[in-house]
Design a protein around this ligand. Sequence first.
Ligand code: CP
Length: 299
Amino acid sequence: MKQDLLTIEDLDRKEIEEILHKAKEFCERRERNDLRGGVLASCFFEPSTRTRLSFETAMLRLGGSVIGFSEAGSTSSQKGEILEDTMRVVGSFADVIVLRHFEAGAAKKAAKATKTPVVNAGDGANEHPSQTLVDLFTVWISQGKIDGLRLAIMGDLKYGRTVHSLVKALSLYQVKIDFVSPKELTLPEDLKEMLKGKDVACSYHEDIEAAIKDADVVYTTRVQKERLQGEVLHHRYVLKKEMLAGCRHNMKILHPLPRVDELDREIDHTPFAYYFEQAQYGVPVRMALLASLLKKEKI
Ligand code: CP
Protein backbone atom coordinates (compact mmCIF):
# COMPACT_ATOMS: atom_id res chain seq x y z
CA MET A 1 0.00 0.00 0.00
CA LYS A 2 1.25 3.50 -0.79
CA GLN A 3 2.17 5.86 2.04
CA ASP A 4 -0.63 8.39 1.30
CA LEU A 5 -4.26 8.17 0.22
CA LEU A 6 -4.58 11.18 -2.09
CA THR A 7 -6.83 9.61 -4.72
CA ILE A 8 -8.73 6.32 -4.76
CA GLU A 9 -6.32 5.35 -7.55
CA ASP A 10 -3.66 4.98 -4.84
CA LEU A 11 -5.36 1.66 -4.02
CA ASP A 12 -5.75 -1.33 -6.33
CA ARG A 13 -8.74 -3.67 -6.09
CA LYS A 14 -6.90 -6.12 -3.82
CA GLU A 15 -5.93 -3.35 -1.39
CA ILE A 16 -9.49 -1.95 -1.40
CA GLU A 17 -10.89 -5.38 -0.59
CA GLU A 18 -8.38 -5.95 2.21
CA ILE A 19 -9.62 -2.72 3.80
CA LEU A 20 -13.28 -3.74 3.34
CA HIS A 21 -12.68 -7.11 5.00
CA LYS A 22 -10.78 -5.49 7.85
CA ALA A 23 -13.66 -2.99 8.27
CA LYS A 24 -16.07 -5.92 8.63
CA GLU A 25 -13.95 -7.23 11.51
CA PHE A 26 -13.99 -3.79 13.11
CA CYS A 27 -17.81 -3.72 12.90
CA GLU A 28 -17.84 -6.72 15.19
CA ARG A 29 -14.94 -5.75 17.46
CA ARG A 30 -14.77 -1.98 17.86
CA GLU A 31 -12.04 -1.49 20.47
CA ARG A 32 -8.48 -2.32 19.44
CA ASN A 33 -5.14 -0.98 20.54
CA ASP A 34 -3.43 -1.31 17.17
CA LEU A 35 -2.33 2.34 17.10
CA ARG A 36 -1.69 3.04 20.79
CA GLY A 37 0.73 5.97 21.10
CA GLY A 38 -0.09 7.21 17.60
CA VAL A 39 -1.29 10.76 16.89
CA LEU A 40 -3.70 11.73 14.12
CA ALA A 41 -3.76 15.37 12.99
CA SER A 42 -7.26 16.27 11.86
CA CYS A 43 -6.82 19.34 9.62
CA PHE A 44 -10.15 20.58 8.28
CA PHE A 45 -10.03 23.85 6.32
CA GLU A 46 -13.64 23.20 5.16
CA PRO A 47 -16.73 22.19 7.17
CA SER A 48 -17.35 18.52 7.92
CA THR A 49 -19.42 16.43 10.29
CA ARG A 50 -19.06 12.78 9.24
CA THR A 51 -15.57 12.62 7.82
CA ARG A 52 -13.85 14.50 10.62
CA LEU A 53 -15.70 12.89 13.49
CA SER A 54 -15.51 9.37 12.07
CA PHE A 55 -11.75 9.67 11.47
CA GLU A 56 -11.30 11.00 14.99
CA THR A 57 -13.48 8.26 16.49
CA ALA A 58 -11.60 5.66 14.46
CA MET A 59 -8.23 6.83 15.80
CA LEU A 60 -9.51 6.93 19.39
CA ARG A 61 -11.01 3.44 19.09
CA LEU A 62 -7.65 2.19 17.84
CA GLY A 63 -5.99 3.50 21.00
CA GLY A 64 -4.42 6.60 19.41
CA SER A 65 -4.88 10.32 20.06
CA VAL A 66 -6.14 13.23 17.97
CA ILE A 67 -4.99 16.82 17.52
CA GLY A 68 -6.25 19.32 15.00
CA PHE A 69 -8.67 22.00 13.95
CA SER A 70 -12.08 22.11 12.33
CA GLU A 71 -11.93 25.48 10.59
CA ALA A 72 -9.30 27.49 8.81
CA GLY A 73 -10.18 30.57 10.89
CA SER A 74 -8.38 29.24 13.94
CA THR A 75 -5.12 28.50 12.11
CA SER A 76 -2.15 30.58 11.02
CA SER A 77 -3.39 30.35 7.41
CA GLN A 78 -5.30 33.48 8.47
CA LYS A 79 -1.94 35.22 8.93
CA GLY A 80 -0.88 34.16 5.44
CA GLU A 81 0.87 30.84 6.15
CA ILE A 82 0.93 28.62 3.06
CA LEU A 83 -0.46 25.08 3.22
CA GLU A 84 2.95 23.48 2.63
CA ASP A 85 4.44 25.15 5.72
CA THR A 86 1.46 24.18 7.87
CA MET A 87 1.67 20.57 6.70
CA ARG A 88 5.43 20.39 7.21
CA VAL A 89 5.04 21.49 10.82
CA VAL A 90 1.93 19.41 11.61
CA GLY A 91 3.65 16.41 10.01
CA SER A 92 6.52 16.80 12.48
CA PHE A 93 3.99 16.47 15.35
CA ALA A 94 1.73 13.67 14.11
CA ASP A 95 1.89 10.16 12.63
CA VAL A 96 -0.84 10.78 10.06
CA ILE A 97 -2.54 13.89 8.65
CA VAL A 98 -6.19 13.83 7.57
CA LEU A 99 -6.71 16.90 5.39
CA ARG A 100 -9.85 18.51 4.05
CA HIS A 101 -9.30 21.59 1.92
CA PHE A 102 -11.27 23.73 -0.50
CA GLU A 103 -8.58 23.58 -3.20
CA ALA A 104 -8.42 20.67 -5.68
CA GLY A 105 -4.91 19.21 -5.44
CA ALA A 106 -4.33 20.39 -1.85
CA ALA A 107 -3.74 16.85 -0.54
CA LYS A 108 -1.08 16.21 -3.19
CA LYS A 109 0.57 19.50 -2.30
CA ALA A 110 0.49 18.55 1.40
CA ALA A 111 2.03 15.13 0.75
CA LYS A 112 4.96 16.78 -1.04
CA ALA A 113 5.62 18.98 2.00
CA THR A 114 5.82 16.22 4.64
CA LYS A 115 7.06 12.65 5.03
CA THR A 116 4.07 11.90 7.27
CA PRO A 117 1.21 9.99 5.55
CA VAL A 118 -1.57 12.24 4.25
CA VAL A 119 -5.17 11.14 3.77
CA ASN A 120 -7.26 13.26 1.44
CA ALA A 121 -10.54 13.91 3.27
CA GLY A 122 -11.90 15.92 0.32
CA ASP A 123 -10.04 18.45 -1.84
CA GLY A 124 -12.32 20.90 -3.59
CA ALA A 125 -14.32 19.25 -6.36
CA ASN A 126 -11.59 16.70 -6.97
CA GLU A 127 -11.78 13.56 -4.83
CA HIS A 128 -12.85 12.08 -1.50
CA PRO A 129 -11.28 8.62 -1.48
CA SER A 130 -12.03 7.54 2.09
CA GLN A 131 -15.73 8.24 1.39
CA THR A 132 -15.45 5.83 -1.52
CA LEU A 133 -14.19 3.10 0.79
CA VAL A 134 -17.26 3.75 2.97
CA ASP A 135 -19.51 3.69 -0.11
CA LEU A 136 -18.05 0.43 -1.45
CA PHE A 137 -18.30 -1.16 1.98
CA THR A 138 -21.96 -0.13 2.19
CA VAL A 139 -22.71 -1.52 -1.28
CA TRP A 140 -20.94 -4.78 -0.42
CA ILE A 141 -22.65 -5.23 2.96
CA SER A 142 -26.12 -4.31 1.68
CA GLN A 143 -25.99 -6.39 -1.51
CA GLY A 144 -23.47 -9.11 -0.60
CA LYS A 145 -21.33 -8.28 -3.65
CA ILE A 146 -20.18 -5.47 -5.91
CA ASP A 147 -19.51 -7.31 -9.20
CA GLY A 148 -22.70 -7.79 -11.21
CA LEU A 149 -24.60 -4.85 -9.72
CA ARG A 150 -26.37 -2.03 -11.51
CA LEU A 151 -25.93 1.39 -9.91
CA ALA A 152 -27.71 4.67 -10.58
CA ILE A 153 -25.60 7.66 -9.59
CA MET A 154 -27.51 10.93 -9.48
CA GLY A 155 -27.20 14.60 -8.65
CA ASP A 156 -24.15 16.79 -8.98
CA LEU A 157 -21.81 14.62 -11.04
CA LYS A 158 -19.71 17.60 -12.12
CA TYR A 159 -18.57 18.93 -8.74
CA GLY A 160 -19.39 15.96 -6.50
CA ARG A 161 -15.99 14.74 -5.30
CA THR A 162 -17.51 11.60 -3.77
CA VAL A 163 -18.85 10.69 -7.22
CA HIS A 164 -15.47 11.25 -8.87
CA SER A 165 -13.68 8.88 -6.50
CA LEU A 166 -16.52 6.34 -6.53
CA VAL A 167 -16.62 6.16 -10.32
CA LYS A 168 -12.87 5.47 -10.46
CA ALA A 169 -13.24 2.67 -7.91
CA LEU A 170 -16.27 1.15 -9.64
CA SER A 171 -14.29 0.96 -12.87
CA LEU A 172 -12.32 -1.86 -11.16
CA TYR A 173 -15.54 -3.92 -10.93
CA GLN A 174 -17.99 -5.53 -13.38
CA VAL A 175 -20.87 -3.10 -12.88
CA LYS A 176 -23.40 -1.16 -14.96
CA ILE A 177 -23.81 2.52 -14.15
CA ASP A 178 -26.71 4.82 -15.02
CA PHE A 179 -25.76 8.45 -14.45
CA VAL A 180 -28.61 10.92 -13.82
CA SER A 181 -28.09 14.66 -13.64
CA PRO A 182 -29.19 17.95 -15.10
CA LYS A 183 -27.13 18.53 -18.23
CA GLU A 184 -25.31 21.42 -16.51
CA LEU A 185 -23.92 19.00 -13.90
CA THR A 186 -22.99 15.98 -15.98
CA LEU A 187 -19.91 13.84 -15.29
CA PRO A 188 -16.60 15.48 -16.33
CA GLU A 189 -15.32 14.41 -19.76
CA ASP A 190 -12.12 12.84 -18.41
CA LEU A 191 -14.16 10.45 -16.28
CA LYS A 192 -16.48 9.62 -19.18
CA GLU A 193 -13.42 8.81 -21.29
CA MET A 194 -11.88 6.73 -18.51
CA LEU A 195 -15.08 4.65 -18.23
CA LYS A 196 -15.23 4.21 -22.00
CA GLY A 197 -11.58 3.14 -22.07
CA LYS A 198 -12.27 0.48 -19.44
CA ASP A 199 -15.45 -0.75 -21.19
CA VAL A 200 -17.67 0.02 -18.19
CA ALA A 201 -21.34 -0.21 -19.29
CA CYS A 202 -22.67 3.33 -18.73
CA SER A 203 -25.65 5.35 -19.80
CA TYR A 204 -26.52 9.00 -19.19
CA HIS A 205 -30.02 10.20 -18.28
CA GLU A 206 -31.92 13.31 -17.30
CA ASP A 207 -35.02 11.39 -16.18
CA ILE A 208 -34.70 9.95 -12.67
CA GLU A 209 -37.39 7.27 -12.83
CA ALA A 210 -36.04 5.68 -16.02
CA ALA A 211 -32.58 5.43 -14.47
CA ILE A 212 -33.49 3.98 -11.09
CA LYS A 213 -36.08 1.33 -11.96
CA ASP A 214 -33.54 -1.49 -12.56
CA ALA A 215 -30.93 -0.31 -10.06
CA ASP A 216 -29.59 -2.38 -7.16
CA VAL A 217 -28.12 0.78 -5.63
CA VAL A 218 -29.17 4.40 -6.10
CA TYR A 219 -26.39 6.77 -5.05
CA THR A 220 -27.72 10.30 -4.60
CA THR A 221 -25.72 13.47 -4.03
CA ARG A 222 -26.24 17.06 -3.04
CA VAL A 223 -25.73 19.91 -5.52
CA GLN A 224 -22.41 21.43 -4.42
CA LYS A 225 -23.73 25.01 -4.32
CA GLU A 226 -20.43 26.25 -2.90
CA ARG A 227 -18.62 25.14 -6.09
CA LEU A 228 -21.05 26.22 -8.84
CA GLN A 229 -19.43 28.51 -11.39
CA GLY A 230 -22.43 30.35 -12.74
CA GLU A 231 -24.37 27.27 -13.92
CA VAL A 232 -28.10 27.92 -14.03
CA LEU A 233 -30.00 24.82 -12.98
CA HIS A 234 -33.29 24.42 -14.80
CA HIS A 235 -34.27 21.24 -12.91
CA ARG A 236 -34.03 20.40 -9.26
CA TYR A 237 -33.19 16.75 -8.82
CA VAL A 238 -35.24 15.44 -5.93
CA LEU A 239 -35.68 11.75 -5.19
CA LYS A 240 -39.24 11.32 -3.93
CA LYS A 241 -40.92 8.37 -2.25
CA GLU A 242 -43.47 7.93 -5.01
CA MET A 243 -40.66 7.44 -7.57
CA LEU A 244 -39.65 4.22 -5.80
CA ALA A 245 -42.86 2.30 -6.57
CA GLY A 246 -41.44 0.24 -9.45
CA CYS A 247 -37.95 -0.26 -8.05
CA ARG A 248 -36.27 -3.57 -7.22
CA HIS A 249 -37.39 -4.79 -3.80
CA ASN A 250 -33.80 -5.06 -2.50
CA MET A 251 -32.66 -1.71 -3.93
CA LYS A 252 -30.78 0.45 -1.44
CA ILE A 253 -30.41 4.22 -1.52
CA LEU A 254 -27.05 5.63 -0.50
CA HIS A 255 -26.07 9.26 0.03
CA PRO A 256 -22.70 10.46 1.35
CA LEU A 257 -24.61 13.16 3.30
CA PRO A 258 -25.19 15.91 4.19
CA ARG A 259 -28.48 16.02 2.27
CA VAL A 260 -30.33 19.22 1.72
CA ASP A 261 -33.55 18.78 -0.28
CA GLU A 262 -32.52 16.28 -2.98
CA LEU A 263 -33.61 13.27 -0.92
CA ASP A 264 -37.15 13.34 0.42
CA ARG A 265 -37.23 12.64 4.17
CA GLU A 266 -40.29 10.40 3.68
CA ILE A 267 -37.89 7.87 2.17
CA ASP A 268 -36.13 7.52 5.54
CA HIS A 269 -38.88 5.19 6.74
CA THR A 270 -38.81 2.86 3.72
CA PRO A 271 -36.70 -0.31 3.42
CA PHE A 272 -34.80 1.41 0.58
CA ALA A 273 -33.11 3.94 2.88
CA TYR A 274 -29.57 2.91 3.80
CA TYR A 275 -27.73 6.23 4.11
CA PHE A 276 -27.62 6.42 7.89
CA GLU A 277 -26.12 2.91 8.04
CA GLN A 278 -23.65 4.15 5.40
CA ALA A 279 -22.63 7.08 7.64
CA GLN A 280 -22.24 4.71 10.60
CA TYR A 281 -19.86 2.52 8.57
CA GLY A 282 -17.53 5.54 8.39
CA VAL A 283 -15.94 4.53 11.68
CA PRO A 284 -15.06 0.87 11.01
CA VAL A 285 -13.96 1.65 7.46
CA ARG A 286 -11.68 4.48 8.62
CA MET A 287 -10.37 2.28 11.42
CA ALA A 288 -9.41 -0.25 8.77
CA LEU A 289 -7.83 2.43 6.60
CA LEU A 290 -5.78 3.91 9.46
CA ALA A 291 -4.70 0.48 10.68
CA SER A 292 -3.56 -0.39 7.14
CA LEU A 293 -1.73 2.89 6.57
CA LEU A 294 -0.11 3.03 10.00
CA LYS A 295 1.12 -0.34 11.03
CA LYS A 296 2.14 -0.23 14.71
CA GLU A 297 5.82 -0.47 13.82
CA LYS A 298 5.61 2.90 12.01
CA ILE A 299 4.57 4.73 15.20
N1 CP B 1 -19.76 12.69 3.44
C1 CP B 1 -19.06 13.73 3.92
O1 CP B 1 -17.95 14.04 3.46
O2 CP B 1 -19.67 14.39 4.94
P1 CP B 1 -19.05 15.61 5.76
O3 CP B 1 -18.90 16.76 4.82
O4 CP B 1 -20.01 15.86 6.87
O5 CP B 1 -17.69 15.15 6.25
